[in-house]
Ligand binder design. Structure first.
Ligand SMILES: *Cc1c(COP(=O)(O)O)cnc(C)c1O
Length: 396
């Protein structure tokens, strides 16, 4: 072994054991090295008892999975490369040809789009339901219903649903003779609550997914998702599907989320307080028809939010008075200097996006005429954000 290229690749040095630091070590691997053929042959990639291949986990990703499971109050976590991949993984793991999935009408748009395109082409049907009306969900549950998506609050419009009531409807259906032979699973998109505003498993949900892209990262610089369960059989359904579809995450990305996670509760509380302050202030402005934010008494679902939640995240939506035409709204958004135009939220920078709401609804009516602008509040000073909105309104 005299050639330097061989010496460098097969270097004999191993650093002393016992190193400890605040942050977990960052392990990066496609190949994981086995000590013997016997070890290679007896590898088990299904139960997280060892290491087999980078796709199936490293000490870094296992560590992050345990911390996210703790954050959510669940027992098992599987990491995936984005929040959307977490939604898709649950769909792929649970649904088979001939099954049906029910999705809230105000759900995260790409969740609906995946059902309308891929799931439909795989022989899996879907219906959208009114999440603010448990009776509407009850009426749509049938022997084909294998999965019900929940989201709290609704994407963009922030109506807060009665999760325990929706879960109770599913549990009653599961006891009936008209239930799916394998039962109906409830899955919550818990990105907004982040495991901090409420405990999904205490409220009776079977699966909780999060875009770690949002609060756990907090940096607007990494994409990742998680699927958490408390039930071991359900976890294996998700986890084995995860092995087969190749949804690995990188050690560097896991490092960023592990770093952000340390301050998640502080960031959540700070952005929550700033958002409530801005929401209350916006509601007093003559240009605004209404402000949608679960902590505001007039916002849909406020009473159940108050009953079930201890926080309200960083999102608010303002519905403008009808005289604010699309052109005026565009000028308002273009005039903002601190609120930048862009998707996602829970990062350091405040963001805004105008939405065409009627186009996003199919089974529920959108009650307002004016255009809606969704604001995501970052970590800037509230007074500066107010001044920014004031100057942009003057230009609109
Ligand atoms: C952002 C978001 C997702 C998707 O997360 P990505 O990591 O961007 O794919 C899913 N659900 C909700 C509610 C989100 O806000």
């Amino acid at each position: 072994m005299s050639d330097p290229s061989t010496q460098l690749i097969h270097h004999p040095y191993t650093p002393p054991a016992g190193f400890e630091a605040v942050q977990p070590a960052v392990h990066k691997a496609s190949t994981v090295i086995f000590p013997s053929v016997a070890a290679l042959r007896s590898r088990d990639w299904k139960h997280k008892t060892g290491y087999t291949y980078g796709l199936h986990g490293t000490p870094t990703t296992f560590t992050l999975e345990e911390r996210i499971a703790t954050l959510e109050g669940g027992r098992f976590c599987t990491l995936v490369p984005s929040g959307l991949a977490a939604v898709v993984l649950v769909d792929m793991a649970v649904l088979k040809s001939g099954d049906e999935v029910l999705i809230p009408d105000n759900a995260y748009g790409p969740n609906k789009a995946f059902a309308q395109a891929e799931l439909a082409s795989w022989g899996i049907s879907h219906q959208f339901y009114d999440p603010m009306n448990p009776a509407d969900l009850a009426a749509r549950l049938g022997p084909k219903t294998r999965l019900v998506w929940l989201e709290a609050p609704g994407s963009i419009t922030l109506e807060f649903p009665d999760l325990p009531a929706l879960v109770a409807v599913i549990k009653v259906h599961n006891q009936s003779s008209g239930a799916h032979p394998q039962g109906t699973v409830s899955a919550l998109d818990n990105t907004w609550g982040a495991g901090l505003a409420f405990n999904a498993f205490t409220l009776g949900v079977d699966v909780s997914v999060q875009a770690l892209t949002k609060y756990p990262s907090g940096g607007a610089d990494v994409l990742m998702g998680s699927v958490v369960t408390s039930d071991e059989a359900l976890h294996h359904l998700v986890h084995f599907c995860h092995m087969r579809v190749g949804y690995g995450v990188s050690g560097s990305d896991a490092e960023l989320v592990l770093r952000g996670l340390n301050s998640i509760a502080l960031r959540y509380a700070a952005q929550d307080a700033a958002t409530r302050q801005l929401a209350a202030w916006l509601q007093t402005l003559p240009q605004i028809e209404t402000v949608l934010h679960p902590a505001l008494p007039d916002s849909p679902g406020h009473a159940v939010w108050k009953r079930d939640c201890s926080g309200a995240a960083c999102l608010l939506s303002a519905v403008f008075k009808p005289e604010f035409t699309q052109a005026r709204i565009d000028r308002f958004c273009d005039s903002l200097k601190l609120f930048r135009l862009g998707y996602s939220w829970a990062g350091p920078m405040s963001l805004c996006v105008p939405y065409d709401l009627p186009a996003l609804r199919s089974v529920t009516a959108w009650p307002f005429q004016g255009i809606l602008v969704r604001f995501s509040v970052g970590l800037e000073a509230v007074a500066d954000l107010q001044a920014d909105i004031t100057q942009a309104l003057a230009r609109a």
